[in-house]
Design a protein around this ligand. Structure first.
Ligand code: GLU
Length: 300
């Protein structure tokens, strides 16, 4: 059996919509054409954004769409001891930060960095006296060591300077929630994920994740970032727009969800599928074709 292990990692903030279906479909097809495993992980660490029942609704829709996962589903909210252990492992690189969002914004203005999203380094060398810790941040390297490069299977070579483009980033948030960046790296490694296929909205997070993998001594998976589905007014789709109906029949799922998602991925199916299993056979052929077209970039 192939050693390929891929995953789809939705946040349960609403029902599956066209944008998240595209990520699910591409990760599923990629696992399928590599004869690999496909896992689903529910990223439910942001208790303020979780919507009750959204996880089961997403899983139900995946199943109805014919996307069947291997192995048991994992919920990040049940795995916090792993994130705590990783934070301890990283202790020498971590510092407590006492800044509120407003203080960070004000410091940026003072440092002339107001147009950037980077952390201005306020608490890097210690908390001001009497200031309580709010969050925990990872110190990013300086100089050449801050430059991270990786080869995206679709987008080619990517480069980001963590010091000048990101700054020291949060691993544990002021509200006590574990940050996405830490949890995703820990779980991808614990689940032996070899290939990550997801939307380009997360491209900007990848260098941070590669740095965390390096510090934790974890292997780096291969990355493929997909175009992000935008609404007609050019914004990223929210979970409420373009939602896939919970009770849709197979025909609606095909016509209103699977075929539009495949179109978005520019999978030009050889013919109209007769049913959902037929759709997956046709779409797999086209995904394979798409990969071989990219062969020049060494993406397989
Ligand atoms: N949970 C993230 C989201 O729903 C995806 C994380 C990932 O694929 O790395 O946007």
């Amino acid at each position: 059996m192939s050693s390929y292990r891929g995953r789809f990692a939705p946040s349960p903030t609403g029902p599956l919509h066209l944008g998240s279906l595209v990520a699910a479909m591409a990760s599923y097809l990629d696992a399928r054409v590599h004869q690999g495993q496909w896992l689903v992980r529910i990223e439910d660490l942001d208790f303020d954004r979780n919507v009750q029942g959204a996880d089961t609704a997403i899983l139900h829709t995946l199943q109805r769409c014919g996307m069947h996962w291997d192995e048991d589903i994992v919920w990040q909210s049940q795995r916090t001891e792993f994130y705590q252990t990783a934070l301890q492992t990283l202790a020498t690189h971590v510092f407590p930060c006492g800044c509120s969002r407003k203080e960070i914004a004000d410091s940026r203005v003072r440092a002339g960095l107001q147009d950037q999203q980077i952390y201005p380094g306020t608490c890097r060398h210690g908390l001001a006296s009497g200031k309580p810790a709010r969050s925990y941040r990872l110190r990013v390297p300086d100089g050449d060591a801050a430059v991270f490069e990786f080869e995206d299977r679709f987008l080619g070579r990517q480069i980001q300077n963590l010091a000048t483009e990101v700054g020291d980033f949060v691993l544990k948030r002021a509200d006590g929630f574990w940050a996405y960046q830490l949890a995703v790296v820990v779980d991808d490694a614990l689940q032996d994920i070899t290939h990550i296929v997801r939307g380009s909205d997360l491209l900007d997070s990848t260098a941070r994740q590669i740095y965390l993998q390096k510090l934790l001594g974890l292997p780096a998976p291969a990355y493929l970032h997909l175009p992000v589905v935008l609404s007609t007014n050019g914004e990223k789709l929210s979970k409420q727009t373009g939602a896939v109906g919970f009770d849709w029949g197979d025909n609606d799922l095909l016509k209103e969800a699977l075929l539009p998602a495949a179109d978005f991925l520019e999978l030009h199916l050889a013919r109209h599928p007769i049913d959902i299993p037929d759709f997956w056979n046709l779409a797999s052929e086209m995904w394979q074709h798409k990969l071989s077209e990219k062969k020049g970039h060494d993406i397989s």
